[in-house]
Design a protein around this ligand. Sequence first.
Ligand code: NAP
Length: 302
Amino acid sequence: MAARILDGNKIRDDILAELAGQVRELKSAGVTPGLVAVLVGANPASQIYVRNKVKADLPAETTTDQLLALVEKLNRRDDVDGILVQLPLPPGVDSKRILMAVDPAKDVDGFHPLNVGQLVSGRPRVVPCTPAGIIEILLRNQIPLQGARAVVIGRSDIVGKPVALLLLHHHATVTICHSKTRDLASVAREADILVAAIGKPAFVTGDFIKPGATVIDVGTNRLTTEDEVRWVFRDAAKPLENLVAKGQVLVGDVHPEDVKEKAGAYTPVPGGVGPLTIAMLMSNTVQGARARRGVGVPAGRQ
Ligand code: NAP
């Protein structure tokens, strides 16, 4: 049977439609949720990600102190409900200090240590966007989590660790793998749910995938040479045409052909996890606005 495609664009649209009602409620209370993205230096990927949001663009030479001053100003502005500091920051900037400076109530990325602690203790206030989106994909597609064997490849603070915690909180049995894991393919093959957050194009090949498993591909890698595209897409014509037209082809961490043959369900790249990240950013901003301004929040949660 052909593997089921877990359509991230559809779920993003559903979530945004659900949020529209909450935004109307906020607006009727005189509140327009405000999100500011802080971008330092020219990073094309970040530029695409934050398109259509309010941006504070700063030159690459910006210092830690200048950035701290901006964050403090945004913390004080009542019309700002969410502050997103786009990572990575330039090497000269102390990223940890900047993330610590963001008001936890406006931390739409969930990277402040206070919010990380809330997540670890199983009482999350704000959940990092990509991991939250992955859980939405699984739940809204009725993928059983309780008792499932889940394997997460990648242990970053922004994807691997938080998604592993969320799966654990949904009662999956979770294994976290990384670059030092021995016999990675055989560990991955135990997974009913396999999450790949590695940053290596088509790294997860068919021998990593238990037949029928659900595979979530977080990777967003760009192939720029004909050899790479031929290898990954097995000489298919369309990706080669895309390479010529755009100079690059997007591919996840999972082999896009192997996954169709082995998995029961999978997220495509593009159109899988990526759209959810943006939807959850919007959701975190709206929830933040509701909590901070006391609109539509049950008593005791403010
Ligand atoms: P990261 O911080 O670079 O972490 C990568 C993880 O993969 C590390 O834990 C690393 O292990 C592990 N790893 C690297 N090589 C490995 C190998 N050969 N075998 C096993 N594990 C290996 O990356 P990230 O920020 O988590 O992002 C991962 C990918 O997701 C990237 O492609 C990124 O662009 C993408 N991403 C997409 C979205 C979206 O919205 N779609 C959002 C965020 C990230 P060690 O810890 O041992 O080094």
